[in-house]
Design a protein around this ligand. Structure first.
Ligand code: DP6
Length: 393
């Protein structure tokens, strides 16, 4: 049987990707940089199988639900490109089975609820590309594979590496140099932890894809942002190499705020941060002020959830602030067993509304850390049953 099962991580950007210069090839208006989070806690797993006896046409299931694979859609393009690369190998070596001609069955599963509003497209597309590359025994490097993952969803290209990852915007028209590369491996700064605050939000927000397009078309502030980002890429890469959390935190918060500013400058404006998000910002800024240094850095993607980066030794402080003002409605199981610490002396509690927020304004907390890139899993982890349809999990 020709099959491969791979898991891939979530990544959360410190320098945000927001804007495309080419929407078909998914070429960005600026480079971006992210931290890969630990797959032990958050991951997408994908099984791909090729079989000559399958009925014609590829089929794909996401969390047990079948999705249509349009040939010219994002998934279809990724599959087609990887098939072409397999074909090249088959043409070079006639003894290889002609997997490129066989129909595919693909099942993908996220171990975190999509409803949590965490970016599932990045880990999902990265897992798809990595599993097909494994199935087809492709010789391409993770950076070369990132060229394909990018066309599935821009931010997915960064999930093909662990540690600290840059997506270089590139300058070639065909996108051949718009790829991801490792800035530093996971082991370079393993003390880098993250606390995800899942913020309740009833309404369905603007998708990243349409939101960023609207920003490109209508925001003049974006032009200013695009002049600032290259310097920030340099600075944060140096901060990571030097393990300088002060600088890392400063740039991360500034860039999140810059990204949400261009969203507000979009017409009609896009609001991803809600009152709880803004209150988290204020509470972390005050933690840093009262600590006399930057001990935590918040960042927000296209939704109200906060991701707070902090060194492991400072997570108790962050938990102290968050659990005091934002009591969660769900039981938090911290895999590290970290306990919250009292607020630092001189912390001005007036920055958060009196008495803090009602229980459940922050639904749950996920404590995780920097992690590794895609992992190849064993046969027993397969998501497909004998018949090529997903197993019931
Ligand atoms: C705010 O990668 O989801 O998370 O390329 O259209 O699929 P598409 O967009 P997507 O955008 C992610 C935007 C972001 C910032 C980031 O991850 O860099």
């Amino acid at each position: 049987m020709y099959e491969a099962t791979v898991s891939a991580p979530v990544n959360i950007a410190c320098i945000k990707y927001w804007g495309k210069r080419n929407t078909k090839l998914i070429l960005p208006t600026n480079s971006s940089l992210s931290v890969t989070l630990d797959q032990d806690h958050l991951r997408s797993t994908t099984t791909s199988r090729a079989d000559e006896s399958f009925e014609k046409g590829d089929r794909l299931w996401l969390n047990g639900k079948e999705e249509t694979v349009k040939e010219d859609g994002r998934l279809g393009v990724c599959i087609k490109e990887l098939r072409n690369w397999r074909k090249v190998e088959e043409d070079k070596d006639g003894s290889l089975p002609k997997l490129s001609k066989w129909p595919l069955r693909i099942a993908s599963y996220n171990n975190f609820p999509t409803a949590a509003g965490l970016a599932s497209s990045a880990s999902g597309l990265a897992a798809l590309v990595a599993s097909l590359s494994k199935l087809y025994s492709l010789p391409q490097t993770p950076s070369q594979l990132s060229l394909i993952a990018r066309q599935g969803s821009g931010s997915a290209c960064r999930s093909l590496f662990g540690g600290f990852v840059a997506w270089r915007e590139g300058s070639n028209e065909d996108g051949s140099d718009s790829l991801a590369e490792e800035v530093a491996p996971q082991g370079h700064w393993p003390e880098m932890h993250a606390l995800i605050c899942v913020v309740s939000d009833a309404k369905k927000g603007t998708s990243s894809t349409s939101g960023m397009q609207r920003t490109v078309e209508t925001s003049t502030l974006l032009q200013h942002r695009l002049k600032i980002v290259p310097g920030r890429m340099e600075e944060i890469s140096k901060a990571i190499k030097d393990r300088d959390f002060q600088k890392f935190g400063e740039i991360t918060m500034k860039d999140s705020n810059s990204f949400h500013s261009v969203c507000l400058d979009t017409s009609p404006p896009i609001f991803y941060l809600n009152d709880v998000s803004k209150s988290i910002i204020a509470s972390i800024e005050e933690l840093n002020r009262s600590s006399g240094e930057i001990v935590a850095a918040y960042t927000f993607d296209a939704g109200p959830n906060a991701v707070i980066y902090a060194l492991e030794k400072n997570i108790p402080k962050v938990l102290g602030v968050i659990t005091k003002f934002f009591p969660t409605s769900e039981e938090n199981s911290d895999p590290f067993g970290t306990a919250a610490e009292a607020l630092p002396e001189g912390y001005n509690t007036n920055v958060v509304r009196e008495g803090g927020w009602e229980k459940g304004a922050v639904k749950s907390l996920i404590h995780t850390r920097v992690g590794d890139g895609p992992r190849t899993l064993g046969r027993e982890e397969s998501l497909l049953g004998e018949n090529g349809e997903p197993k019931v999990l």
